[in-house]
Design a protein around this ligand. Structure first.
Ligand code: F6P
Length: 328
């Protein structure tokens, strides 16, 4: 017989993402709706190790749906990588009488959670929260849409000055291992070229494309570069390389960095977070564990954590073709 769930724990871990507060709110409110207790652990796994948690009720999460960041704070805990650290966390969870932990984060969070759950028989449910959108088993992660809109907004502004000064801009966006942000913001911002980790198009192609653009009458251009792209040069070296080979280009670099992780979540991210987290609580009550909730074809679905961790989502290569056509 499955154990009756009386108390759910929630935490946010890894890189923060806009919409994490909407997710916390949805977990807490769903718990209140179903008359179960909810506690929030501070600073991800570290809060579990330190027994640092707060009781949360429906009113504790008022006025946070619109806020970026995470009221529970986030961290990457080195101590949780050790057996001793995980033992301390299990001790505190048992003392706090937590029946299920809902982990909001990325694949690093899920990996840690899975090891922990197997060692200590504490059920966990994952909710994908990362701006990178690089989790298998969901078409969207919480924070991705907001980050895309932040990038678009920034690149639109860069375009104004690029066009006034006839300049070429390399704009570096986040995505250490995945090109989703670069690819989609690149198309949305009308970039000339998009460089992503999944596809090394090579330096020659970049030079040819920029040369072709100039000949076709373009006076300014934008290249969106994912921080993890595999072209073999960082974004500053890349700009220098282009200046050396195509001296008529006045090339500049903008690294957008962590502004992509902040800001008020878009409506899309708020709704996504709300839907995923209500389902996470309902599945927990249903006795399910070691799963992640994801959004597939606009339906919330559960997938085994094992499966999400074994694969990576693939980029849609057709988007590169679209970008090529549109940058003619
Ligand atoms: O949240 C994911 C991510 O944004 C990556 O794209 C990036 O490389 C990384 O986080 C940087 O995070 P931090 O500076 O917190 O280590």
């Amino acid at each position: 017989m499955t154990k009756k769930i009386k108390r759910i724990g929630v935490m946010t871990s890894g890189g923060d993402a806009p919409g994490m507060n909407a997710a916390i709110r949805a977990v807490v409110r769903a718990c209140a709706y179903y008359h179960i207790d909810c506690v929030g652990f501070m600073k991800g796994f570290q809060g579990m190790i330190d027994g640092d948690y707060v009781e949360l009720n429906a009113r504790s999460v008022r006025n946070i749906i619109n806020l970026g960041g995470t009221i529970l704070k986030s961290a990457r805990s080195e101590e949780f990588r050790t057996k001793e650290g995980r033992e301390k966390a299990a001790k505190h969870l048992k003392k706090a009488e937590v029946d299920v932990m809902i982990l909001i984060g990325g694949d690093g969070t899920f990996k840690g959670g899975q090891i922990f759950s197997a060692e200590h028989n504490i059920p966990i449910i994952g909710v994908p929260g990362t701006i990178d959108n690089d989790i298998f088993g969901t078409h969207y992660t919480i924070g991705y849409d907001t980050a895309l809109n932040t990038v678009i907004d920034a690149v639109d502004k860069i375009r104004d000055t690029a066009s006034s000064h006839n300049r070429l801009f390399f704009v570096e966006v986040m995505g250490r291992d995945a090109g989703f942000i670069a690819l989609n913001s690149g198309i949305g911002a009308g970039a000339e070229e998009i460089l992503i980790p999944e596809e090394d198009l090579g330096l020659d192609r970049l030079l040819n494309s920029l040369e072709r653009s100039r000949r076709s009458g373009k006076t300014s251009s934008i290249v969106v570069v994912s921080e993890g792209d595999k072209i073999g040069k960082n974004v500053f070296e890349l700009a220098d390389y282009v200046k050396e080979n195509l001296p008529y280009y006045d090339a500049k670099v903008t690294v957008l960095g962590h502004i992509q992780r902040g800001g008020s979540p878009t409506c899309f991210d708020r709704v996504l977070a709300s839907r995923l987290c209500v389902k996470a609580v309902e599945l927990a009550l249903d006795g399910q564990q070691d799963i992640m909730v994801g959004m597939l074809n606009n339906e919330v679905q559960a997938i085994e954590l094992n499966k999400t961790l074994q694969s990576k989502p693939t980029i849609n290569k057709d988007l590169l073709r679209i970008s090529d056509i549109l940058s003619v």
